[in-house]
Each structure stands twice: as structure tokens, then as C-alpha cells.
Design a protein around this ligand. Structure first.
Ligand code: F0G
Length: 386
């Protein structure tokens, strides 16, 4: 069974929309759930209770491949050729890889905000031959533009507004459960950008519960960067819930009007999640409701400190991914997460996606370096950052 090499399609009974011979796969989803005691100590967990679900091993280096394989399968089923996305970098890298690595005549068109993409990700789009368009503005502007252009020109849209993307991303949770002997952890902690993952995870648990394959669901924690905190504003500050329907729509609309009036744009070092208008907002609210969820925001400093601890613990990740670890630490400090809880943080993207942020962070560590290794010899050896 060639599909058993895909960490997405070996669960195909749980995303049953495509005949096996139409599936577009490049062996995505062979990822890793790893016990992480050093990072766990940083977060404040008892030994053995923090696990990291590392999605950086995917062919394009991020979790996006889980969704792309499903959306490309659907695109092939409907005979699409031109496929487009707006991206902060990982969706576009994945899109470019699926177009170049498969043989179904797909042509990639990518919209990115100017100066808003980490170099590793831009390099992928270019190397894999995607038509890459930089627009004036940020991700939210690029998203508006690509929706308008795809509508007008009949181009297949690959962003996570595409429900097939979320079908594929459900499998991240299946693999977490599988690696955990189908025991349900107490917490899943995930960074929140466009809120595709959190929505997909919620859907996965809703379905597994209804199918009777699990008897309880984990709690879901979605972590925003402080500079891109729409979900946190709405869910934590304004208590916008999914169930209250119309009232919520009005509150969300009012919030977006305020945002427009203020002229404030999303801004965070975690460029992958620098998003103020998450397209899956309502689906995410539903997921939060079903999974007794919480939302928090973390600062860029907290994100980069957590990222360094993940790296020191042996698994690298990009800044946005580390928001999950920073968020878990915050929830631990608040006492919302107990040290004895079983916690899974999702590391969404590979360390090498954004080397600039990493080098800048550690470059600022010069003084520390001298304190730690500060014999005269080392100081004289001239490690200074000149
Ligand atoms: N982590 C990484 C590394 C990402 O690239 C993204 C999203 C997220 C987290 C947030 O996930 O949207 O499901 O809440 N990146 C998108 C992109 C927006 O264009 O690559 P989400």
C-alpha cells in the first residue's frame, strides 16, 4: 500500500473524500512525538509530562504539508491547474513543493506581503519555481488580494479557508494519539495564526469522540503572539464564544471596525503568525468550545526565549512554533496547567525556516557568553560580535 508512507493517508478512513487512486502525496506527515524533559523543566512540568510534536520533518519543513496533500488531492479531483495562496511563508513553500514534486500540471501562484517573509521560506518558493508576487501590505492584505484574484480568474485557492486543508491537518492529532498509545493527553498547545490547525484539531476530536474512538477530549490552548492577538482579544477579553451565534458575529464585526479605525497592523517576530484577520476564526471558536479551550498571548521575548530552550533541548523550531512552548509555560505559571498534566506542544515549523531571527537573538547574547565562558583566554580570542 503506497499510501501507508503518508502520515496523512494512512488515516484515510477518517478523511474519506477521495478515491485512493486520485490521491496526491509526497510522503508527508512522517513526524515525531518526542518526550522533552529539558523543555518540560523550563515550562514547569514534572519529568516526562511535556511532549513536543515536531512537524518540521515534513517535506517542505512545516505542518502545512498535512493540509496541502489533501487540498491538492481535491484540486486534482476537480481538474484544477492553477493553484494560489497568500502566505507568511510556509503555506507558499508547501504549495511550491507540491507543484514541483508532482506530475499533474499544477502551477503555483503565491502572494506575499512585502518584507514579511522569512528568507528560508522565500528561498523555497523561488527554488521550486513558483510565480511569487510581492504586494504592498501585509499578510491580511495579501489574503484579501488572493481571494479576489482567485475568484475572478477561477484559480484554486490553497489557503486554509479551503476545508480540505483542515481535513489533512486533522491527522496531526491522530499521530499524536497514536504515538501516545491512543491515550488522550490533557492539553494540546498550538500557535494561532490563521487558526487552521486549531480548527482542524477541534474537528479531529469532535469526530473521534462521536465515533467512539476516544472517550474524552484534551483541552486546547491556542497561543497568539502579542502583536497579532485578535483571537485572544475576542475570546479572552471580550468572551466571544461560538455558541452565541449572531451576537458573536456582531462583536467580531465591531472588533474589526475598531482595528481598521486604529490602523494597527499585526507585528511580531514570529512572522508566520503575524495575522490580524484569521480566516478560520469561527471554526476555531467552535473547536475551543468543544475542547474546553483557553487562549493566551505571549510576547516576542517570551517566544524567542522559549525557542532557545527548544533548541537547547535538541529539537529546533522557528519562532512561531515556540509560541506553543511559551504559552504552555505561561499557563503553567497561572496554574491553569498542572505539573502532572500531560501536555503536547506542537512545533509547527523547522528551525532553518527563519535563521535571521535566531542569529539576531543569540547575537545579542554576547555579554552572557562572556559571563559563562569568560576566562581571559576566551575574551581575548575575540568572539566579540564586531
Ligand atoms: N506556525 C507556523 C510555522 C506557521 O507557518 C503558521 C501559519 C502557524 C503556526 C499558524 O497556523 O494558521 O493554522 O493558525 N502560517 C501560514 C502561512 C499563515 O502562510 O504559512 P494556523
Amino acid at each position: 500500500d503506497p499510501l501507508c508512507f503518508s502520515g496523512v493517508w494512512r488515516f484515510r478512513e477518517l478523511l474519506p473524500f477521495a478515491p485512493a487512486d486520485r490521491i496526491v502525496t509526497i510522503g508527508e506527515g512522517q513526524t515525531l512525538l518526542q518526550r522533552a524533559d529539558k523543555v518540560g523543566a523550563f515550562v514547569g512540568m514534572s519529568t516526562g509530562n511535556l511532549m513536543l510534536q515536531y512537524e518540521g520533518m515534513n517535506p517542505s519543513g512545516s505542518f502545512k504539508d498535512n493540509g496541502m496533500t489533501a487540498a491538492f488531492t481535491h484540486a486534482r479531483m476537480v481538474g484544477a491547474r492553477r493553484v494560489a495562496c497568500a502566505s507568511t511563508g510556509n503555506t507558499s513553500a508547501a504549495l511550491a513543493v507540491y507543484c514541483s514534486a508532482t506530475d499533474h500540471g499544477f502551477k503555483a501562484i503565491i502572494f506575499i506581503g512585502s518584507g514579511k517573509i522569512a528568507y528560508g521560506k522565500l528561498a523555497q518558493a523561488l527554488d521550486h519555481g513558483a510565480l511569487t508576487v510581492q504586494i504592498v501590505g501585509d499578510f491580511d492584505d495579501a489574503m484579501t488580494r488572493v481571494r479576489e484574484v482567485s475568484d475572478r480568474l477561477g484559480i484554486y485557492l490553497m489557503n486554509s479557508v479551503n476545508p480540505f486543508r483542515l481535513e489533512g491537518q486533522k491527522t496531526i492529532m491522530y499521530r499524536v494519539l497514536e504515538a501516545n498509545g491512543w491515550e488522550v493527553p490533557d492539553w494540546i498547545v498550538v500557535p494561532g495564526g490563521n487558526l487552521g490547525n486549531s480548527s482542524a484539531f477541534g474537528k479531529a476530536f469532535i469526530e473521534l469522540k462521536h465515533l467512539g474512538l476516544i472517550d474524552r477530549v484534551p483541552r486546547l490552548a491556542v497561543i497568539n503572539a502579542a502583536g497579532a492577538r485578535t483571537l485572544n482579544e475576542l475570546y479572552s477579553a471580550r468572551e466571544v464564544r461560538w455558541r452565541s451565534g449572531l451576537a458573536d458575529s456582531a462583536k467580531i464585526g465591531a472588533f474589526y471596525n475598531e482595528l481598521d479605525a486604529s490602523g494597527v497592523k499585526a507585528s511580531t517576530i514570529a512572522s508566520a503568525i503575524e495575522i490580524n484577520r484569521p480566516v478560520n476564526l469561527k471554526k476555531c471558536l467552535r473547536a475551543l468550545e468543544f475542547c474546553d479551550g483557553v487562549v493566551r498571548q505571549v510576547s516576542d521575548q517570551q517566544i524567542m526565549d522559549a525557542k532557545a530552550r527548544v533548541g537547547a533541548g535538541g529539537l529546533g523550531c522557528e519562532p512561531a512554533s515556540a509560541a506553543s512552548v511559551a504559552g504552555a509555560k505561561l499557563l503553567r505559571e497561572e496554574g491553569v496547567i498542572a505539573p502532572s498534566d500531560r501536555v503536547v506542544c506542537i512545533l509547527t515549523g523547522h528551525q532553518l525556516k527563519d535563521p535571521t531571527a535566531t542569529v539576531a537573538y543569540h547575537g545579542a547574547d554576547q555579554e552572557n557568553f562572556e559571563k559563562v565562558l569568560g576566562s581571559r583566554g576566551v575574551r581575548r580570542a575575540g568572539f566579540a560580535n564586531r
